[in-house]
Design a protein around this ligand. Structure first.
Ligand SMILES: *Cc1c(COP(=O)(O)O)cnc(C)c1O
Length: 398
């Protein structure tokens, strides 16, 4: 095949309509659930929030779940509950969405970036260990693409050094590590319900935990730091009375969103199966495709496949990632890049983070593309992606 076959150079694209990299799946029963809430007495602070939280806690096998207006708000709350304060250091992965580190800044702490493993792209336990000092208070793990981090080793390091572990599992609802549900492993774990994630509430997030003290702090933080709970009140002049005991926010989720989340959760296992099947199809299709490297899966983990990331073997290709990306976009395959290492963002550069502190994350960043992967994709969509990738890569080979 010659280059002029590429849509980039005027050839016909592999599909007519644009396929995004991720998207929600809503059914009539999801819409019905929202309609019922709209007709009910409670749009917010009502019983559907509690029901959704209990369902999430049951699903991931924890005692508590506290839902928030976004995953980012949930991470902020987790840092508050963990007691992170100015002067504290929190170790996290650079290969993630900015919110995994921003939450540390929100409470005045300093994010410290530990490099990732070249195979799993997850935070490497040995690089965590090397960064621990007397200021270190916590580790924020990221289950990148849905593959759980190396929890056995990370939890051991945390225990030895008296650190709190917060899991950013925005990619990993339904994932398992050595048979345990992600969400049940860390001191606190966050899931996001943004439309590209496994289930959606529009915007929304949750923290799961087994710790009653964190649970109380999370609830307080979500609602202005205000409590009406008679067990917690310092004074009690009458039943009208409430107290603001710490500085909190309005980070509440609504009952409208919680009813959507509850309805979506019923379908999570179907969604996960589709994601896993499509990832298998990509693995089979690209296994022998020269110029690409498949996403490695550790034997200890069962991924929830939020993202399918194909790594380019740039030495075997005649062009860089930017051109492969552009060529696939022109074929109407909505590829993406996850992520620019957090500390390379201009805001972090201004804070003084140096380029090159996590060389493996930077090398990975320059050679990855995210392929479309979401349960609502049809078999034909999957085939289009396979066809598009094979077409572009084989033409761009050296
Ligand atoms: C989506 C995401 C978040 C933030 O969640 P929101 O619900 O969008 O605020 C945080 N971390 C990671 C890794 C994410 O993918």
């Amino acid at each position: 095949m010659t280059k002029d076959k590429l849509a980039l150079y005027g050839g016909p694209p592999v599909r007519k309509s644009y396929l995004p990299y991720g998207k929600q799946w809503l059914d009539p029963d999801d819409i019905q659930a929202v309609m019922e809430t709209l007709k009910s007495d409670w749009l917010t602070t009502g019983p559907r929030i509690d029901r959704f939280e209990r369902a999430i806690a049951r699903y991931v096998n924890t005692t508590y779940a506290v839902a928030f207006s976004s995953g980012t708000a949930a991470l902020h709350a987790a840092c508050f509950a963990a007691g992170i304060k100015p002067g504290d250091e929190v170790i996290t992965s650079p290969l993630t969405f900015a919110a995994s580190a921003n939450c540390v800044l929100y409470v005045g702490g300093s994010p410290v970036f530990a490099d990732v493993d070249l195979k799993t792209y997850n935070i490497s336990p040995s690089s965590i260990r090397a960064l621990i000092n007397e200021k270190t208070r916590a580790i924020i793990t990221v289950d990148f693409t849905g593959q759980p981090a190396e929890y056995e080793e990370i939890l051991k390091i945390a225990k030895e050094n008296n650190l709190i572990v917060i899991g950013d599992a925005a990619h990993a609802l339904g994932a398992e590590y050595k048979g345990a549900m992600v969400g049940s492993l860390c001191d606190m774990t966050m899931f996001s319900f943004h439309p590209v994630k496994h289930i959606t509430t529009g915007e929304g997030g949750v923290i799961t935990t087994n710790n009653a003290l964190y649970y109380e702090k999370l609830k307080l933080f979500r609602s202005h730091g205000i409590t009406r709970d008679s067990d917690q009140l310092i004074d009690h002049p009458g039943d009208w009375y409430y107290e603001m005991q710490s500085l909190g926010y309005n980070y509440r989720i609504t009952d409208i969103q919680a009813s959507l989340g509850f309805s979506q959760l019923n379908k999570l296992d179907t969604f996960l199966k589709k994601r896993r099947d499509y990832a298998d199809a990509y693995n089979q299709a690209f296994e022998k495709l020269e110029g690409t490297i498949l996403p490695y899966q550790s034997k200890s983990t069962l991924s929830s496949w939020h993202l399918y990331i194909l790594r380019l073997d740039l030495q075997k290709l005649s062009v860089d990632r930017a051109l492969i990306y552009k060529a696939l976009q022109r074929e109407n395959i909505g590829v993406n890049v996850h992520y620019l290492p957090v500390y390379l963002h201009p805001y972090y550069q201004k804070l003084g983070y140096q380029k090159g502190i996590c060389p493996q994350a930077e090398a990975i960043y320059h050679s990855i593309i995210t392929l479309p992967l979401f349960p609502k994709m049809s078999q034909q969509d999957v085939e289009d992606v396979i066809h598009g990738v094979k077409k572009v890569i084989s033409i761009m080979k050296k």
